[in-house]
Design a binder for this molecule. Structure first.
Ligand SMILES: NC(=O)c1ccc[n+]([C@@H]2O[C@H](COP(=O)([O-])OP(=O)(O)OC[C@H]3O[C@@H](n4cnc5c(N)ncnc54)[C@H](O)[C@@H]3O)[C@@H](O)[C@H]2O)c1
Length: 475
């Protein structure tokens, strides 16, 4: 520990927390630091990281933060979550899990052993050696980045920042966020990055519901804002991730993540466009794609659907699109992909009208069962789900819409609450038609197709149907 930082240690708290506590919100480090002091600080932090005695803070205990906190806790780090939602915090502190990718018993054991607890404010930040930020990065109504969560967390951290800490952003964002937005806020504390504290970006790649690739065995890209930050950040992630991929800067790490999600958005748009064309040419797009994907090289599977949903694919490419404008650069693929993908719910509505015409029922006299409101199979996450737009469009046509989703018992959108209905024979027989919007594996599609007059299948979930194919229209 440097002399200058020793001078600023609050004696009572410093004694209580050992070497870790060096100041509260209003204490500032000033003066010059020798290279030896900086190396000492890096060495101290590396030692605590490598022998797993470091305290790790995780801000935002959601789909990304909670699995991350559990991985760190499992290898012995003392983990403190900071979560603004008191009911989420209380749930974790009772050992109760709410994220499907986290094993209930692992969370329970960590809480019981005192290795994981959650608080709702930032007062314990000085105890933390590493703080990882996993808060939302939504878009505004005009599709511009909304960094209010990242900025407010950074401002809170700056109040309590102390020498020797690593701050790492995991939220997906445009290249430049860590360097241009977070860094000035943190340095306004009076401490200097690369000298007093360290900053990195390491984008989370978790794929909710994917049991093969988890936080631990998914390669992790890490970029520091300088070589010192890079060194400690790489060491930190290496403790729990099988393979860490260092890149030369935080900007590069941010670009990696937005590119990955743009890649998906563009390829999904490509197959969605093919679905629109196949519809006009009376070709089965699913047959075409399945045959195309038998090629063992130079192609990879993507499938069409009612649109894109979740916290990533519909949002992240627009972060890059927005940033590109600063360079007078038009990201045409992103704009086009967004346009095509956002058009898909309208196409589902159009095909629904065709089915209703065939059945001789007007939309306003129809009762439509929508199967699946989550954006992805076998998950309960309905954020940005295209099903919500499909429901809205059909309700605007006067249709009575009910939904069933084994993973979403209820949801509220724009003040309207809907509840999942049970798939009873009575319900199925009372519906004019069904739309399969999410291909949950728990649904008995043979039973649904058998009992409903007609089904519009936007996911090819009825691929293995035993009978009744004539009662199914594919997207
Ligand atoms: N969900 C995914 O599959 C996924 C995958 C990769 C990356 N990401 C990215 O990770 C980030 C987080 O996504 P998520 O899905 O975990 O979000 P989430 O909504 O599930 O979790 C975010 C949590 O942060 C909390 N929070 C918000 N503001 C806070 C504050 N000021 N202080 C403390 N807690 C606060 C919220 O209450 C919530 O519990 C986003 O940038 C997202 O794009 C998500």
């Amino acid at each position: 520990m440097s002399q200058s930082s020793q001078r600023r240690t609050t004696p009572d708290l410093g004694a209580r927390l050992g070497h870790k506590y060096l100041g509260g919100p209003h204490l500032r480090i000033v003066g010059e630091h020798s290279e030896a002091e900086v190396q000492q600080r890096i060495g101290d932090l590396l030692a605590r990281i490598q022998n797993h005695t470091a305290t790790v803070g995780v801000v935002g205990m959601g789909y990304v933060g909670l699995p991350f906190a559990v991985e760190k806790g499992k290898v012995g780090f003392h983990v403190i979550g900071i979560e603004q939602n008191p009911s989420r915090a209380a749930s974790i502190n009772r050992g109760e899990n709410y994220i499907p990718d986290v094993k209930d018993e692992e969370l329970r054991d960590l809480v019981k052993n005192g290795n994981l607890r959650v608080v709702c404010d930032y007062r314990e930040v000085p105890q933390m050696d590493v703080v990882v930020i996993c808060v939302p990065t939504p878009l505004t109504k005009n599709l511009n980045p909304d960094l209010c969560y990242v900025e407010s967390v950074t401002r809170e951290l700056a109040k309590y920042l102390r020498p020797g800490q690593l701050i790492s952003l995991e939220s997906t964002t445009y290249p430049g966020t860590t360097q241009e937005i977070m860094l000035p806020i943190l340095e306004a504390s009076g401490l200097k990055a690369e000298v007093d504290f360290f900053v990195s970006h390491s984008p989370e790649r978790v794929d909710p519901g994917n049991s093969r690739y988890t936080t631990k065995n998914t390669n992790k890209v890490v970029g520091g804002i300088g070589p010192n930050s890079q060194q400690v950040a790489v060491a930190f992630y290496q403790q729990t991730i099988d393979h860490v991929v260092p890149v030369s800067s935080a900007n590069a790490a941010e670009m990696v993540k937005v590119f990955e999600n743009t890649f998906r958005a563009v390829n999904i748009a490509l197959v969605n466009e093919l679905a629109l064309l196949c519809d006009k040419m009376n070709l089965n797009v699913w047959e075409v794609l399945d045959a195309a994907f038998t090629k063992p090289f130079g192609i990879m599977p993507f499938y069409p659907g009612p649109g894109v949903g979740g916290h990533c694919i519909p949002l992240d490419p627009h972060y890059l699109e927005w940033k590109a404008r600063e360079y007078n650069f038009n990201t045409r693929f992103i704009a086009l992909a967004g346009e095509i993908n956002r058009r898909m719910p309208e196409f589902v509505r159009e095909k629904t009208h065709r089915v209703l015409n065939m059945l001789g029922v007007s939309p306003s006299k129809s009762k439509i069962l929508l199967l699946g409101v989550s954006y992805k199979r076998d998950l309960g996450d309905w954020r940005e789900s295209p099903s919500l737009e499909v429901i809205k469009l059909l309700q605007a046509d006067g249709a009575e819409v009910v939904y069933h989703d084994p993973y979403v018992p209820t949801f509220e959108e724009h003040g309207v609450v809907m509840e999942s209905v049970a798939l009873t024979d009575e319900l199925l027989e009372s519906c004019t038609m069904c739309i399969i919007a999410t291909d949950h594996q728990a649904v008995d599609y043979d039973n649904v197709v058998g009992k409903v007059p007609h089904t519009l299948d936007t996911r090819n979930a009825t691929k293995r149907l035993k009978g009744g194919r004539e009662k199914v229209t594919l997207l």
